[in-house]
Design a protein around this ligand. Structure first.
Ligand code: BTN
Length: 258
């Protein structure tokens, strides 16, 4: 399907509950909504699987709408395309060493130096035969200090902590420009070009790592391999090859032998 590239309009607010909730409201009144909604903080930031997303002042939170036909072969690729757009944008303002450590953890997180810096939430909206996706991106930007809960201190990082000091507005525009190019010019929702899967796989956080995943209700373990063209993750298990399409995967960290 030929999609019409929207003429984006960037709207900024200091605080909102969730930019994803806001864009969903706009989508329901205009399915061709071209707005990108950005906020300095969110009081009800949401993550995947019903989790909350810590969104204090000093982060970068934004959401954009992508109208769909419903005939796309790879809607699941939207989140991965957004991750690739974020990773490539951050690389442009990072030192070579930091840029080398920017990784995409299938399906929706960006890591720097082994710690999460960004999460992506894609939600589908459907009304009266119209379908659209709300893509929300949250990036930890300024150092969190005391506002970071103890249990997250070893798990998350910020752009400032990694020596990346981008202009917020330019970063948002660059991410959306790259994501729009992937969706509207490279048509990744219908057919993912080989160079796009190669770009994703070369930045994989979990490739070659031992991971845990769910096959239906059954917990399984295996070694993470490549992301496929349909957006699924290939995992090598003791029983053969599995393709994880939904949910998320957890890295298994084994205690080192002393
Ligand atoms: C995750 O880590 O599970 C995904 C987090 C997605 C957070 C972004 S911030 C902008 C948008 N608004 C939200 O409420 N969530 C997304």
């Amino acid at each position: 399907m030929e999609r019409k590239r929207p003429n984006r309009m960037f709207l900024h607010t200091k605080i909102t509950s969730s930019t994803n909730d806001d864009i969903k409201k706009m989508i329901y009144s205009d399915f061709d909504c071209a707005a990108v909604l950005c906020a300095d903080s969110q009081s009800g930031g949401r993550g995947r699987l019903g989790r909350s997303f810590l969104s204090p002042d000093g982060g970068i939170y934004f959401s954009a709408a992508y109208p769909l036909s419903g005939q796309e072969k790879n809607i699941a690729f939207l989140t991965l395309a957004a991750g690739l757009a974020v990773a490539e944008t951050l690389e442009e303002s990072a030192s070579d060493t930091v840029a080398d450590s920017i990784r995409i953890k299938w399906p929706n997180d960006i890591y720097i130096n082994g710690k999460k810096v960004c999460g992506i939430l894609t939600e589908l909206c459907s009304l009266g035969g119209h379908l659209s996706a709300a893509v929300g991106i949250g990036i930890n930007s300024k150092t969190l200090g005391d506002t970071c809960p103890d249990e997250l201190k070893d798990k998350i990082t910020t752009l400032f902590d990694e020596g990346i000091f981008p202009s917020r507005d330019k970063l948002i525009r660059d991410v959306i420009k790259k994501l729009d190019r992937l969706v509207y010019s490279q048509n990744v929702l219908d057919e993912v070009p080989d160079d796009v899967t190669a770009s994703l796989n070369s930045r994989s956080y979990i490739y070659g790592k031992e991971i845990m995943f769910f096959d239906g209700d059954i917990k399984k373990c295996g070694t993470a391999s490549f992301v496929e063209r349909d957006g699924s993750l290939r995992v090598l298990t003791a029983d053969g090859t599995a393709f994880v399409k939904f949910g998320e995967v957890t890295e298994i960290i084994r205690p080192k032998n002393t």
